[in-house]
Ligand binder design. Structure first.
Ligand code: IMP
Length: 195
């Protein structure tokens, strides 16, 4: 089955294609011929993910899923949340985002946080939502060079390494996105079995 993943982020495509069964042919936005920037102005992760999926579906007519992720820090009442990419400004600079997060947490005793991914799927013109969460903590210094975004300062529960110190395989076993994506894959295989 052809399925568009509404992203051109190579990190994400690599993460996801590593765990996609061979029966699913994953297409990027470019592969699907959708080359314009898709707005991400909705106030929730669910809203953004569904907006992107509907947008791409209206352009190419293929089955599609879109994801949106936020880092939700408990003592910051869920910030940066839906604004995670642009936390420190429109340039979407990951290092500036981490600097801003470090300042916001400077005097907070509670550094607990979670990554939350929402996936919106449009399959045969029906809409579905899936969610994946990984709980953890924001450490006060950057560690590791792999990954992207807030990975160097996020230590998932039950581990001592940051996401940026883990291999992609290790991160894929526990990550928010892998968790949401495995729910999507389970759903797709159930649907395919019924057909
Ligand atoms: P997106 O919706 O996946 O584009 O994620 C929005 C923002 O959340 C990204 O620009 C990153 O700042 C952050 N983010 C999402 N996923 C991850 C991850 O796996 N590690 C670190 N940061 C992430």
């Amino acid at each position: 089955m052809k399925l568009v993943f509404a992203t051109n982020n190579q990190h994400k495509i690599k993460e996801i294609s590593d765990i996609t069964p061979s029966s699913v042919k994953l297409l990027s936005l470019t592969d699907a011929g959708v080359n314009e920037d898709i707005p991400e102005d909705e106030p929730t992760l669910e809203g953004n993910a569904m907006f992107k999926a509907r947008y791409v579906h209206s352009r190419c007519g293929l089955n599609v899923f879109a994801d949106d992720t936020g880092l939700e820090v408990y003592s910051l009442r869920g910030a940066p949340g839906v604004h995670s990419a642009r936390y420190a400004g429109e340039s979407k600079n990951p290092s500036a985002n981490i600097d801003k997060l470090m300042s916001a947490l400077k005097d907070k005793a509670d550094r607990r946080a979670r990554f939350r991914t929402v996936i919106a799927l449009i399959l045969d013109n029906k809409e579905y939502l899936f969610e994946g969460i990984v709980e953890g903590e924001i450490i006060p210094e950057r560690r590791g060079h792999d990954g992207f975004g807030y990975d160097p300062v996020f230590v998932p529960d039950g581990f001592s390494q940051t996401f940026a110190e883990m291999s992609l395989d290790e991160k894929n076993r526990i990550s928010h996105r892998a968790n949401a994506f495995s729910k999507l894959l389970t759903f797709l295989s159930e649907i395919t079995e019924k057909q």
